[in-house]
Design a protein around this ligand. Structure first.
Ligand SMILES: [Zn+2]
Length: 368
């Protein structure tokens, strides 16, 4: 889930919002202002309900963010790299780079988020019960307590990719030291819940219990697609069998210079080598990647004016790998986007790796 907008950084971790979250935000404000608060706290004005709904939705957003920050901060303590946190339609996702270093680490990272939700839920409920505020403040606090505890219970279902599924997987993984088997079991339960939610959701929708059913079915569908991604990762990891980028990359690939004209690339490089992609260098450093497709799109009349720099993908849009990166992690890095990455050692180009190299290795490694 990629962020559509970036909000900034908290504790050095980048926070982003996917556009789907805006829909949820609007839906929450609307349903709180028009139904939940008017039923729960009768006799307040429309303006009050809208203000309550706005404050509650923003605080809910902050609660989800804190839950994900709990995962992210713990992950960093375990030595994992964190790409950032994205808020989207079903809440938040902390995006980690790579694999959990151990079963214990996955367990501690998975538990950290729910612990934050538990603390928030208790704090909001205590604030509503123990302190006497105005009705409006009380209503907002009570709803925030309820929603954080509901989120906690949902997240603790033992279904991958939910936190409870990760807790279960890490426990099984630790018990038998078999990551693939542990993933299969947790993924199986995840699929079960996915189908259950879809079934219950559709049934309650068709029996006239309203659009809440569709929401549940949608969550079920999300679980199913996320769980198959988890299961695939475990399979891929098994098939690559601990091999690393350095075992598979093309060493010392043919490069082109950023200042070269397209004409000279065509004459000197493309006709003799015919690779699909060339790393671009400038003053001995890699500055980007140029797919042949992009060179070929330049009209012949412009070959002498246009330079490689004008049609390359700049380095910050290109996946950067290291020779010791495990192949399953490289697969995730290369999976979306240009499908190719440069392999660097201290900023120096040492190789090139493409998704098709990885797929070929999977077919060979995976047998028939
Ligand atoms: Zn979580």
């Amino acid at each position: 889930m990629n962020p559509s907008f970036r909000l900034g950084r908290v504790a050095g971790i980048e926070i982003g919002i996917n556009w789907t979250w805006l829909i949820v935000f609007a839906l929450i404000v609307w349903s709180l202002a028009s139904a939940v608060f008017p039923e729960q706290n009768e006799g307040l004005g429309d303006g009050t309900y809208i203000a309550m709904a706005g404050v509650a939705a923003v605080a809910f957003f902050a609660s989800i963010l804190l839950h994900e920050l709990g995962h992210a901060v713990q992950a960093r303590r375990e030595g994992m790299e964190i790409e950032g946190i994205t808020l989207w339609i079903f809440g938040g996702v902390a995006r980690f780079k790579g694999m959990f270093p151990s079963a214990g680490a996955e367990f501690r990272i998975a538990v950290a988020g729910p612990l934050v939700s538990l603390a928030l839920g208790i704090a909001f409920v205590a604030g509503a019960v123990l302190v006497s505020w105005s009705d409006a403040v009380d209503g907002v606090l009570a709803w925030l307590g309820y929603i954080n505890l509901a989120l906690l219970v949902f997240n603790l279902l033992p279904a991958l990719p939910l936190d409870g599924g990760r807790i279960l997987r890490s426990a099984l993984w630790g018990a038998r030291d078999d990551f693939r088997w542990a993933t299969q079991i947790a993924a199986g339960i995840g699929r079960g819940f996915g189908f259950l939610f879809i079934g219950l959701g559709l049934a309650s929708f068709f029996w006239g219990y309203g659009t809440g059913g569709l929401w549940l079915a949608f969550i079920g569908w999300f679980l199913l697609s996320a769980v198959s991604a988890e299961a695939r990762f475990a399979e891929v990891r098994e098939t690559f069998g601990g091999r690393r980028v350095g075992d598979l990359m093309v060493r010392d690939p043919i490069t082109v210079d950023a200042s070269q004209t397209i004409g000279s690339v065509m004459d000197d490089v493309v006709w003799t080598h015919r690779y699909t992609t060339y790393p671009v260098v400038e003053d001995g450093r890699v500055v980007g990647l140029v797919p042949f497709r992009r060179i070929a799109q330049v009209p012949r009349a412009e070959w002498d004016e246009r330079r490689v720099r004008d049609c390359m993908l700049p380095l910050d849009e290109v996946p950067r790998l290291r020779a010791d990166t495990p192949l399953e992690e490289a697969m995730m890095e290369l999976g979306d986007g240009v499908g190719r990455g440069v392999v660097l050692d201290d900023g120096r180009l040492v190789g090139l790796l493409s998704v098709s190299d990885l797929i070929r290795a999977l077919q060979v490694g995976g047998g028939t």
